[in-house]
Write a protein that binds this ligand. Sequence first.
Ligand SMILES: NC(=O)c1ccc[n+]([C@@H]2O[C@H](COP(=O)([O-])OP(=O)(O)OC[C@H]3O[C@@H](n4cnc5c(N)ncnc54)[C@H](O)[C@@H]3O)[C@@H](O)[C@H]2O)c1
Length: 434
Amino acid sequence: MSATAERLRSRLAGTPTIGVIGLGYVGLPLAVAFADSGARVIGVDLDPRRVAGVASGESFIEDVPTAALAALVHGGRLRASTEVSDLKEADAVVICVPTPLGKSKEPDISFIVGAADAVASIIRAGQLVVLESTTYPGTTQEVLRPRFEARGLTAGEDFFLAFSPERIDPGNKKWTLRDIPKVVGGLTPACRELVATLYARITPQVVPVSGPETAEMVKLFENTFRSVNIALVNEFAIMCRKLGISVWEVVAAAATKPFGFMPFWPGPGLGGHCLPSDPYYLSWKIRMEGYEPRFITFADEINRHMPAYVVQLVTEALNDRARAVRNSRVLVLGVAYKPNVADTRDSPALEIIEMLAAKGARVAYHDPHVPSITVNGIRYESVRAVRAGEHDVVLVLTAHDGYDWGAIVREAPLVIDTRNATGGFDTAANVIRL
Ligand SMILES: NC(=O)c1ccc[n+]([C@@H]2O[C@H](COP(=O)([O-])OP(=O)(O)OC[C@H]3O[C@@H](n4cnc5c(N)ncnc54)[C@H](O)[C@@H]3O)[C@@H](O)[C@H]2O)c1
């Protein structure tokens, strides 16, 4: 290792200054973890509300308790800014900005480009830059590197560059950022060594791979694996229903096999910032190589059909009770895309509510984490209390903790449960499960 790399390594292992760009679901927990590890952390976000939130020690991400954030901010370990120029002195800069899809489902890497340009304006010799945003293989090498090298610095010699995918699962209490091994891919052996040193501060296991492209592909494989397996079990749910078999019972029994099987559960469709979008980053890239991916497309087709399938279940169940969807009172439970979080990005609940409303249903919703939503221009506010008996159908889309499923099953005339939240009430005739 060069003297520059050696110096940086000892700083990263000691008391470094770490910049985190993008203080969202990924960036804020990461900033807190680095600050907890003894580093001085400066978070940068374009959104002044997020910066103000950090400055006042007020958390806006469920996985970051306000008390923990406030202690770090008041102790001077963590601060936030809207100015990337505050990162001039940082030893490492970690980029955690969004990677959405464009209108034709092509990767929209404009946030990465914006952050990279901002870092390029302040980069200096002796810094490590890490990209954490999920993206297609080649981004670190093709988008970040030339922008930094245009400043007259050489990657691997003057500055160091790496990709490390974020694997957090918001709301998951068992597997937190600090328990999940971290895959790292550096541009050169020195970059790899340095990025491994950085993450060894906050994770028990760093998994170095041969380069940033491999690390980028690891993340896309993990998320495509989930998307394909969820599609498989969603299709099993459709097939089981036709055969009069409970898919929940099938998966639970199959999961007793101690090897060669991993349970995935069906649901009303994929949601969140990651699963519905990430595989498209790979499809786009691989099509440029003249290859048409099949699993990704097929899985997406099945998963995207699930909201319409749920609406069909509601329609048929009402029809069996001699009722129309029009004017039926439907109470949706849970509009976040997964339990115990407030994130409604790409949540299938939004599409389902839109379809039910279009059919003339009188839709209300309850979600303890989401006070209001706007669907197709219509604003809904979460009802204060779940009065299951006051609706024609209770539609369970996300099974947040805290619901009294026994009372819901007792009181509701009809429950349509896409999450097996009512699994303990097998004999209830008013319950229809996916
Ligand atoms: N949310 C998850 O569960 C999760 C899990 C693993 C990986 N990821 C990936 O991590 C990345 C970030 O996702 P997220 O959910 O944290 O997004 P987010 O929208 O919650 O947060 C991103 C933040 O970046 C800020 N930002 C955008 N451009 C900026 C710039 N140029 N400078 C400073 N700040 C900027 C935004 O204002 C926003 O606050 C995405 O690539 C995502 O796919 C997300």
